[in-house]
Write a protein that binds this ligand. Structure first.
Ligand SMILES: Cc1cc2nc3c(=O)[nH]c(=O)nc-3n(C[C@H](O)[C@H](O)[C@H](O)COP(=O)(O)OP(=O)(O)OC[C@H]3O[C@@H](n4cnc5c(N)ncnc54)[C@H](O)[C@@H]3O)c2cc1C
Length: 408
Protein backbone atom coordinates (compact mmCIF):
# COMPACT_ATOMS: atom_id res chain seq x y z
CA UNK A 1 0.00 0.00 0.00
CA UNK A 2 1.27 3.51 -0.83
CA UNK A 3 2.00 6.11 1.80
CA UNK A 4 -1.08 8.04 0.62
CA UNK A 5 -3.18 4.90 1.00
CA UNK A 6 -1.98 4.47 4.56
CA UNK A 7 -2.60 8.13 5.40
CA UNK A 8 -6.19 7.95 4.17
CA UNK A 9 -7.05 5.02 6.50
CA UNK A 10 -9.01 5.55 9.71
CA UNK A 11 -7.22 5.39 13.06
CA UNK A 12 -8.91 2.06 13.78
CA UNK A 13 -7.69 0.63 10.49
CA UNK A 14 -4.15 1.85 11.01
CA UNK A 15 -3.76 0.54 14.55
CA UNK A 16 -5.61 -2.73 14.06
CA UNK A 17 -3.48 -5.85 14.24
CA UNK A 18 -4.93 -8.69 12.24
CA UNK A 19 -2.77 -11.69 11.49
CA UNK A 20 -5.55 -14.17 12.30
CA UNK A 21 -4.58 -16.78 9.80
CA UNK A 22 -4.44 -20.52 9.53
CA UNK A 23 -0.81 -20.81 8.54
CA UNK A 24 1.77 -19.82 11.11
CA UNK A 25 5.37 -18.93 11.77
CA UNK A 26 7.24 -21.97 10.48
CA UNK A 27 10.59 -20.74 9.17
CA UNK A 28 12.34 -24.11 9.20
CA UNK A 29 9.30 -26.04 7.89
CA UNK A 30 8.40 -27.87 11.07
CA UNK A 31 5.15 -28.86 9.36
CA UNK A 32 7.13 -31.05 6.94
CA UNK A 33 8.27 -33.15 9.91
CA UNK A 34 4.72 -33.88 11.06
CA UNK A 35 2.43 -36.75 10.14
CA UNK A 36 -0.85 -36.04 8.36
CA UNK A 37 -2.71 -36.72 11.60
CA UNK A 38 -0.52 -34.24 13.52
CA UNK A 39 -1.00 -31.55 10.88
CA UNK A 40 -4.74 -32.16 10.85
CA UNK A 41 -5.15 -31.77 14.61
CA UNK A 42 -2.98 -28.66 14.57
CA UNK A 43 -5.12 -26.97 11.90
CA UNK A 44 -8.34 -28.13 13.56
CA UNK A 45 -7.33 -26.35 16.77
CA UNK A 46 -6.02 -23.30 14.92
CA UNK A 47 -9.28 -22.90 13.01
CA UNK A 48 -11.25 -23.11 16.26
CA UNK A 49 -9.09 -20.50 17.97
CA UNK A 50 -9.24 -18.18 14.98
CA UNK A 51 -12.99 -18.39 14.41
CA UNK A 52 -14.46 -19.00 17.86
CA UNK A 53 -12.01 -17.70 20.44
CA UNK A 54 -9.98 -14.72 19.20
CA UNK A 55 -13.07 -12.62 18.27
CA UNK A 56 -14.52 -12.81 21.81
CA UNK A 57 -11.73 -13.49 24.26
CA UNK A 58 -10.52 -9.96 25.00
CA UNK A 59 -13.86 -9.05 26.62
CA UNK A 60 -13.71 -12.07 28.92
CA UNK A 61 -10.08 -11.34 29.72
CA UNK A 62 -10.86 -7.72 30.60
CA UNK A 63 -13.83 -8.67 32.79
CA UNK A 64 -11.81 -11.44 34.43
CA UNK A 65 -14.45 -14.05 33.55
CA UNK A 66 -14.16 -17.55 32.14
CA UNK A 67 -15.62 -18.05 28.62
CA UNK A 68 -18.02 -20.83 29.66
CA UNK A 69 -19.78 -20.62 26.27
CA UNK A 70 -16.62 -22.10 24.72
CA UNK A 71 -16.55 -25.30 26.78
CA UNK A 72 -19.05 -27.25 24.60
CA UNK A 73 -17.08 -26.16 21.54
CA UNK A 74 -13.82 -27.21 23.15
CA UNK A 75 -15.41 -30.57 23.86
CA UNK A 76 -16.51 -30.89 20.20
CA UNK A 77 -12.91 -30.42 19.07
CA UNK A 78 -12.23 -33.99 20.21
CA UNK A 79 -8.94 -33.25 21.96
CA UNK A 80 -9.92 -33.71 25.62
CA UNK A 81 -7.93 -36.37 27.44
CA UNK A 82 -5.46 -36.03 24.52
CA UNK A 83 -2.86 -38.77 24.93
CA UNK A 84 -5.10 -41.19 26.85
CA UNK A 85 -6.14 -44.27 24.85
CA UNK A 86 -9.71 -45.42 25.56
CA UNK A 87 -12.18 -44.00 28.13
CA UNK A 88 -13.64 -41.75 25.42
CA UNK A 89 -10.28 -40.03 24.85
CA UNK A 90 -8.52 -39.66 21.47
CA UNK A 91 -5.14 -41.29 22.26
CA UNK A 92 -3.07 -38.67 20.43
CA UNK A 93 0.70 -38.75 19.87
CA UNK A 94 3.00 -36.66 22.06
CA UNK A 95 3.77 -34.40 19.11
CA UNK A 96 0.03 -33.83 18.52
CA UNK A 97 -0.34 -32.92 22.18
CA UNK A 98 2.44 -30.37 21.89
CA UNK A 99 0.93 -28.82 18.76
CA UNK A 100 -2.45 -28.56 20.50
CA UNK A 101 -0.89 -26.64 23.42
CA UNK A 102 0.97 -24.42 20.97
CA UNK A 103 -2.10 -23.57 18.88
CA UNK A 104 -4.35 -23.07 21.91
CA UNK A 105 -1.99 -20.54 23.47
CA UNK A 106 -1.22 -18.93 20.11
CA UNK A 107 -4.92 -18.02 20.22
CA UNK A 108 -5.37 -17.48 23.94
CA UNK A 109 -3.49 -18.39 27.09
CA UNK A 110 -6.49 -18.65 29.39
CA UNK A 111 -8.27 -21.19 27.22
CA UNK A 112 -5.02 -23.08 26.91
CA UNK A 113 -4.80 -23.27 30.70
CA UNK A 114 -8.47 -24.28 31.06
CA UNK A 115 -7.66 -27.22 28.78
CA UNK A 116 -4.32 -27.86 30.50
CA UNK A 117 -5.79 -28.05 34.00
CA UNK A 118 -8.80 -30.27 33.21
CA UNK A 119 -7.51 -32.41 30.35
CA UNK A 120 -3.86 -32.44 31.42
CA UNK A 121 -3.28 -32.17 35.16
CA UNK A 122 -6.57 -33.63 36.42
CA UNK A 123 -7.20 -36.33 33.80
CA UNK A 124 -3.57 -37.46 33.65
CA UNK A 125 -3.42 -37.76 37.46
CA UNK A 126 -6.27 -40.25 37.24
CA UNK A 127 -4.89 -41.99 34.16
CA UNK A 128 -1.34 -42.38 35.50
CA UNK A 129 -2.12 -43.00 39.16
CA UNK A 130 -5.75 -44.14 39.45
CA UNK A 131 -7.06 -47.70 39.74
CA UNK A 132 -8.92 -49.20 36.79
CA UNK A 133 -12.17 -48.55 38.65
CA UNK A 134 -11.26 -44.89 39.17
CA UNK A 135 -10.36 -44.51 35.49
CA UNK A 136 -13.69 -46.05 34.43
CA UNK A 137 -15.60 -43.88 36.87
CA UNK A 138 -14.05 -40.50 36.06
CA UNK A 139 -12.31 -40.37 32.69
CA UNK A 140 -15.26 -40.86 30.25
CA UNK A 141 -17.30 -38.13 31.98
CA UNK A 142 -14.27 -35.85 32.02
CA UNK A 143 -13.64 -36.50 28.32
CA UNK A 144 -17.14 -35.15 27.63
CA UNK A 145 -16.74 -32.27 30.17
CA UNK A 146 -19.81 -33.59 32.07
CA UNK A 147 -17.49 -33.68 35.06
CA UNK A 148 -14.79 -31.03 35.49
CA UNK A 149 -11.61 -31.65 37.47
CA UNK A 150 -8.90 -29.42 38.90
CA UNK A 151 -5.48 -30.02 40.44
CA UNK A 152 -4.52 -28.79 43.92
CA UNK A 153 -0.83 -28.99 44.68
CA UNK A 154 0.41 -25.44 45.46
CA UNK A 155 -0.21 -24.00 48.92
CA UNK A 156 -0.13 -20.46 50.28
CA UNK A 157 3.17 -21.20 52.06
CA UNK A 158 4.50 -23.79 49.63
CA UNK A 159 4.80 -23.23 45.89
CA UNK A 160 8.18 -24.33 44.61
CA UNK A 161 8.68 -26.69 47.54
CA UNK A 162 5.68 -28.71 46.40
CA UNK A 163 7.05 -32.00 47.73
CA UNK A 164 6.43 -30.88 51.32
CA UNK A 165 2.75 -29.89 51.57
CA UNK A 166 1.30 -28.80 54.91
CA UNK A 167 -2.07 -30.22 53.89
CA UNK A 168 -2.57 -33.55 55.64
CA UNK A 169 -4.71 -36.66 55.19
CA UNK A 170 -5.47 -39.01 58.07
CA UNK A 171 -7.46 -42.21 58.09
CA UNK A 172 -10.52 -42.23 60.30
CA UNK A 173 -12.73 -45.33 60.00
CA UNK A 174 -14.06 -45.46 56.43
CA UNK A 175 -12.77 -42.02 55.52
CA UNK A 176 -9.73 -39.93 54.72
CA UNK A 177 -9.96 -36.64 56.58
CA UNK A 178 -8.14 -33.77 54.87
CA UNK A 179 -7.05 -30.48 56.41
CA UNK A 180 -5.09 -27.61 54.92
CA UNK A 181 -5.19 -25.13 52.05
CA UNK A 182 -4.36 -24.88 48.36
CA UNK A 183 -3.59 -21.74 46.35
CA UNK A 184 -3.79 -20.73 42.70
CA UNK A 185 -5.98 -23.69 41.76
CA UNK A 186 -7.31 -23.20 38.22
CA UNK A 187 -11.02 -23.98 37.62
CA UNK A 188 -11.60 -24.73 41.33
CA UNK A 189 -14.74 -22.57 41.44
CA UNK A 190 -16.47 -24.62 38.72
CA UNK A 191 -14.81 -28.03 39.15
CA UNK A 192 -16.80 -31.01 40.40
CA UNK A 193 -13.74 -32.32 42.19
CA UNK A 194 -10.16 -31.44 42.94
CA UNK A 195 -7.18 -33.78 42.97
CA UNK A 196 -5.78 -32.68 46.32
CA UNK A 197 -2.16 -33.57 47.13
CA UNK A 198 -1.68 -34.09 50.86
CA UNK A 199 0.82 -35.63 53.26
CA UNK A 200 -0.41 -38.97 54.55
CA UNK A 201 -0.13 -38.72 58.34
CA UNK A 202 0.65 -42.45 58.62
CA UNK A 203 3.43 -42.74 56.04
CA UNK A 204 4.60 -39.12 55.78
CA UNK A 205 4.41 -39.48 51.97
CA UNK A 206 2.48 -37.31 49.50
CA UNK A 207 -0.67 -38.92 48.11
CA UNK A 208 -3.35 -37.67 45.72
CA UNK A 209 -7.03 -37.67 46.72
CA UNK A 210 -10.15 -37.11 44.63
CA UNK A 211 -12.08 -34.56 46.69
CA UNK A 212 -15.62 -33.71 45.47
CA UNK A 213 -16.19 -29.97 45.71
CA UNK A 214 -19.54 -30.41 47.45
CA UNK A 215 -17.95 -32.16 50.44
CA UNK A 216 -18.66 -30.31 53.71
CA UNK A 217 -15.61 -28.30 54.84
CA UNK A 218 -14.37 -27.67 51.27
CA UNK A 219 -14.41 -24.05 50.09
CA UNK A 220 -12.98 -22.52 46.87
CA UNK A 221 -12.58 -18.74 46.77
CA UNK A 222 -11.58 -17.01 43.50
CA UNK A 223 -8.39 -14.92 43.56
CA UNK A 224 -9.03 -11.46 42.10
CA UNK A 225 -6.76 -8.76 40.68
CA UNK A 226 -4.64 -10.96 38.38
CA UNK A 227 -2.65 -9.22 35.66
CA UNK A 228 -2.42 -12.33 33.47
CA UNK A 229 -4.50 -15.38 32.51
CA UNK A 230 -7.54 -13.35 33.42
CA UNK A 231 -10.05 -15.51 31.53
CA UNK A 232 -9.48 -18.51 33.78
CA UNK A 233 -10.33 -18.35 37.46
CA UNK A 234 -7.73 -19.41 40.04
CA UNK A 235 -8.81 -20.06 43.60
CA UNK A 236 -7.71 -20.46 47.16
CA UNK A 237 -9.10 -23.74 48.49
CA UNK A 238 -9.73 -24.21 52.21
CA UNK A 239 -10.04 -27.77 53.53
CA UNK A 240 -11.46 -28.04 57.03
CA UNK A 241 -11.91 -31.65 58.20
CA UNK A 242 -13.02 -32.70 54.72
CA UNK A 243 -14.03 -36.39 54.95
CA UNK A 244 -13.97 -38.46 51.75
CA UNK A 245 -14.40 -42.22 51.20
CA UNK A 246 -11.27 -44.40 51.41
CA UNK A 247 -11.61 -45.34 47.73
CA UNK A 248 -11.02 -41.68 46.75
CA UNK A 249 -7.27 -41.97 47.27
CA UNK A 250 -5.57 -42.31 43.87
CA UNK A 251 -4.64 -45.95 44.17
CA UNK A 252 -1.13 -45.74 42.72
CA UNK A 253 -0.02 -42.43 44.21
CA UNK A 254 2.44 -43.50 46.86
CA UNK A 255 4.90 -40.60 47.08
CA UNK A 256 5.78 -37.27 45.47
CA UNK A 257 7.72 -39.19 42.80
CA UNK A 258 4.33 -40.29 41.46
CA UNK A 259 3.05 -36.71 41.45
CA UNK A 260 6.19 -35.80 39.48
CA UNK A 261 5.17 -38.26 36.72
CA UNK A 262 2.07 -36.14 36.08
CA UNK A 263 4.02 -32.87 36.32
CA UNK A 264 6.71 -34.12 33.93
CA UNK A 265 4.08 -34.78 31.26
CA UNK A 266 2.22 -31.50 31.68
CA UNK A 267 5.46 -29.45 31.90
CA UNK A 268 6.23 -30.39 28.30
CA UNK A 269 2.81 -29.01 27.34
CA UNK A 270 3.75 -25.74 29.03
CA UNK A 271 6.98 -25.60 27.01
CA UNK A 272 4.81 -25.76 23.85
CA UNK A 273 2.43 -23.16 25.30
CA UNK A 274 5.32 -20.70 25.50
CA UNK A 275 5.99 -21.21 21.77
CA UNK A 276 2.36 -20.39 20.96
CA UNK A 277 2.51 -17.08 22.83
CA UNK A 278 5.79 -16.19 21.11
CA UNK A 279 4.41 -17.03 17.65
CA UNK A 280 1.33 -14.89 18.22
CA UNK A 281 3.46 -11.94 19.36
CA UNK A 282 5.78 -12.28 16.37
CA UNK A 283 2.90 -12.52 13.91
CA UNK A 284 1.12 -9.46 15.30
CA UNK A 285 4.39 -7.48 15.43
CA UNK A 286 5.46 -8.38 11.87
CA UNK A 287 2.07 -7.45 10.49
CA UNK A 288 2.05 -4.16 12.38
CA UNK A 289 5.62 -3.26 11.45
CA UNK A 290 4.75 -3.55 7.76
CA UNK A 291 1.78 -1.21 8.15
CA UNK A 292 2.98 1.32 10.71
CA UNK A 293 4.52 4.38 9.05
CA UNK A 294 6.93 6.65 10.93
CA UNK A 295 9.39 9.15 9.44
CA UNK A 296 7.88 8.53 6.02
CA UNK A 297 8.14 4.76 5.75
CA UNK A 298 6.89 1.57 7.38
CA UNK A 299 8.86 0.78 10.54
CA UNK A 300 9.57 -2.70 9.11
CA UNK A 301 12.08 -0.93 6.86
CA UNK A 302 14.28 0.25 9.75
CA UNK A 303 17.27 -1.84 10.80
CA UNK A 304 16.43 -1.80 14.50
CA UNK A 305 12.92 -3.14 13.87
CA UNK A 306 14.30 -5.85 11.59
CA UNK A 307 16.83 -6.80 14.23
CA UNK A 308 14.03 -7.23 16.78
CA UNK A 309 11.92 -9.29 14.39
CA UNK A 310 14.86 -11.54 13.48
CA UNK A 311 15.72 -11.99 17.15
CA UNK A 312 12.11 -13.08 17.78
CA UNK A 313 12.06 -15.44 14.80
CA UNK A 314 15.36 -17.05 15.78
CA UNK A 315 14.10 -17.77 19.27
CA UNK A 316 10.80 -19.19 17.97
CA UNK A 317 12.56 -21.43 15.46
CA UNK A 318 14.98 -22.75 18.09
CA UNK A 319 12.10 -23.46 20.47
CA UNK A 320 10.07 -25.24 17.80
CA UNK A 321 12.90 -27.53 16.75
CA UNK A 322 13.99 -28.34 20.29
CA UNK A 323 10.50 -29.03 21.60
CA UNK A 324 9.43 -31.08 18.60
CA UNK A 325 12.44 -33.34 19.22
CA UNK A 326 11.57 -33.54 22.92
CA UNK A 327 8.03 -34.68 22.11
CA UNK A 328 9.38 -37.33 19.72
CA UNK A 329 11.62 -38.56 22.56
CA UNK A 330 8.55 -39.07 24.79
CA UNK A 331 7.12 -41.63 22.35
CA UNK A 332 10.55 -43.32 22.23
CA UNK A 333 10.67 -43.53 26.05
CA UNK A 334 13.80 -41.37 26.23
CA UNK A 335 12.55 -38.32 28.15
CA UNK A 336 13.98 -37.60 31.60
CA UNK A 337 12.84 -35.09 34.19
CA UNK A 338 15.77 -32.85 33.26
CA UNK A 339 15.00 -32.96 29.53
CA UNK A 340 11.40 -31.85 30.20
CA UNK A 341 12.56 -29.10 32.56
CA UNK A 342 15.15 -27.83 30.08
CA UNK A 343 12.45 -27.13 27.48
CA UNK A 344 10.16 -25.52 30.05
CA UNK A 345 12.91 -23.24 31.35
CA UNK A 346 14.45 -22.42 27.95
CA UNK A 347 11.15 -21.79 26.18
CA UNK A 348 9.52 -19.68 28.86
CA UNK A 349 12.60 -17.46 29.19
CA UNK A 350 12.86 -16.98 25.44
CA UNK A 351 9.13 -16.56 24.87
CA UNK A 352 9.05 -13.95 27.61
CA UNK A 353 11.63 -11.94 25.67
CA UNK A 354 9.78 -12.46 22.39
CA UNK A 355 6.44 -11.18 23.69
CA UNK A 356 8.19 -8.15 25.22
CA UNK A 357 9.87 -7.31 21.89
CA UNK A 358 6.57 -7.76 20.08
CA UNK A 359 4.82 -5.46 22.52
CA UNK A 360 7.60 -2.92 21.99
CA UNK A 361 7.21 -2.99 18.19
CA UNK A 362 3.57 -1.96 18.56
CA UNK A 363 4.58 1.12 20.56
CA UNK A 364 1.71 2.53 22.60
CA UNK A 365 -0.74 0.34 20.73
CA UNK A 366 1.07 -2.62 22.23
CA UNK A 367 -0.43 -2.02 25.65
CA UNK A 368 -3.99 -1.98 24.33
CA UNK A 369 -5.95 -5.18 24.81
CA UNK A 370 -7.74 -4.69 21.47
CA UNK A 371 -4.46 -5.40 19.69
CA UNK A 372 -4.14 -8.80 21.42
CA UNK A 373 -0.40 -8.67 21.97
CA UNK A 374 -0.83 -7.19 25.48
CA UNK A 375 -2.82 -10.29 26.48
CA UNK A 376 -0.02 -12.60 25.30
CA UNK A 377 2.55 -10.38 27.03
CA UNK A 378 0.72 -10.55 30.37
CA UNK A 379 -0.25 -14.23 30.12
CA UNK A 380 3.37 -15.17 29.42
CA UNK A 381 4.32 -13.97 32.93
CA UNK A 382 2.19 -16.74 34.44
CA UNK A 383 3.58 -19.34 32.02
CA UNK A 384 7.10 -18.38 33.15
CA UNK A 385 6.12 -19.11 36.76
CA UNK A 386 3.65 -22.01 36.79
CA UNK A 387 4.40 -25.75 36.51
CA UNK A 388 7.71 -25.05 38.27
CA UNK A 389 9.24 -21.59 38.03
CA UNK A 390 12.05 -20.88 35.59
CA UNK A 391 14.48 -21.12 38.53
CA UNK A 392 13.23 -24.48 39.75
CA UNK A 393 13.21 -26.04 36.28
CA UNK A 394 16.74 -24.74 35.73
CA UNK A 395 17.82 -26.37 38.99
CA UNK A 396 16.18 -29.67 38.01
CA UNK A 397 18.35 -29.73 34.87
CA UNK A 398 21.34 -28.68 36.96
CA UNK A 399 20.76 -31.61 39.29
CA UNK A 400 20.50 -34.04 36.40
CA UNK A 401 23.70 -32.95 34.67
CA UNK A 402 25.87 -32.48 37.78
CA UNK A 403 24.37 -35.03 40.15
CA UNK A 404 24.13 -32.30 42.81
CA UNK A 405 20.83 -30.90 44.07
CA UNK A 406 21.13 -27.13 44.50
CA UNK A 407 17.60 -26.16 45.51
CA UNK A 408 17.18 -27.64 48.97
C1 LIG B 1 -1.89 -18.33 36.79
C2 LIG B 1 -1.42 -19.44 37.67
C3 LIG B 1 -2.07 -20.66 37.62
C4 LIG B 1 -1.69 -21.70 38.48
N1 LIG B 1 -2.42 -22.87 38.48
C5 LIG B 1 -2.14 -23.82 39.43
C6 LIG B 1 -2.97 -24.99 39.55
O1 LIG B 1 -3.97 -25.15 38.83
N2 LIG B 1 -2.66 -25.89 40.51
C7 LIG B 1 -1.57 -25.75 41.35
O2 LIG B 1 -1.35 -26.61 42.19
N3 LIG B 1 -0.77 -24.64 41.25
C8 LIG B 1 -1.03 -23.68 40.31
N4 LIG B 1 -0.23 -22.55 40.21
C9 LIG B 1 0.86 -22.36 41.15
C10 LIG B 1 2.25 -22.39 40.54
O3 LIG B 1 2.62 -23.69 40.18
C11 LIG B 1 3.21 -21.72 41.55
O4 LIG B 1 2.92 -20.32 41.50
C12 LIG B 1 4.66 -21.99 41.26
O5 LIG B 1 4.99 -23.31 41.48
C13 LIG B 1 5.58 -21.08 42.13
O6 LIG B 1 5.22 -21.11 43.46
P1 LIG B 1 5.03 -19.75 44.26
O7 LIG B 1 4.16 -18.86 43.44
O8 LIG B 1 4.56 -20.10 45.62
O9 LIG B 1 6.45 -19.09 44.30
P2 LIG B 1 7.64 -19.41 45.34
O10 LIG B 1 7.89 -20.86 45.40
O11 LIG B 1 7.38 -18.70 46.62
O12 LIG B 1 8.87 -18.72 44.60
C14 LIG B 1 9.14 -17.32 44.66
C15 LIG B 1 10.45 -17.08 43.92
O13 LIG B 1 11.53 -17.76 44.59
C16 LIG B 1 12.21 -18.60 43.68
N5 LIG B 1 12.72 -19.78 44.39
C17 LIG B 1 12.01 -20.64 45.17
N6 LIG B 1 12.82 -21.60 45.64
C18 LIG B 1 14.05 -21.36 45.14
C19 LIG B 1 15.31 -22.02 45.25
N7 LIG B 1 15.47 -23.15 45.95
N8 LIG B 1 16.36 -21.50 44.57
C20 LIG B 1 16.22 -20.37 43.84
N9 LIG B 1 15.06 -19.72 43.70
C21 LIG B 1 13.97 -20.20 44.34
C22 LIG B 1 11.19 -18.94 42.61
O14 LIG B 1 11.80 -19.36 41.40
C23 LIG B 1 10.43 -17.62 42.49
O15 LIG B 1 11.10 -16.76 41.64
C24 LIG B 1 -0.59 -21.52 39.35
C25 LIG B 1 0.09 -20.29 39.35
C26 LIG B 1 -0.32 -19.26 38.54
C27 LIG B 1 0.41 -17.95 38.62
Amino acid sequence: MSLWGLLSMSVAEITRTAPTKLESTDYYHMDDLLTDQEREVRYRVREFMMNEVEPIINDYWERGEMPMELLPKLRALGITGGPIPGYGCPGLSSVSMGLISMELSRGDGSLSTIYGVHSGLAMLSIFFLGSEEQKQKYLPKMASWETIGCFGLTEARGGSDAAHPETTARREGDSWVINGNKRWIGLANIADFCIVWARNEETGKVNGFIVPSNTPGYKAVPITGKIGKRAITNCDIYLDNVAIPLENKLENSNSFRDTAIVLGATRIGVAWEAIGHAMAAYEYALDYAKRRVQFGKAIAGYQLTQSKLVNMLGKITAMQMMTLRLSQLIDQGKVTEGKASLAKAFNTANAREVVALGREILGGNGILLENHIARHFADMEAVYTYEGTHDINTLVVGREITGVQAFA
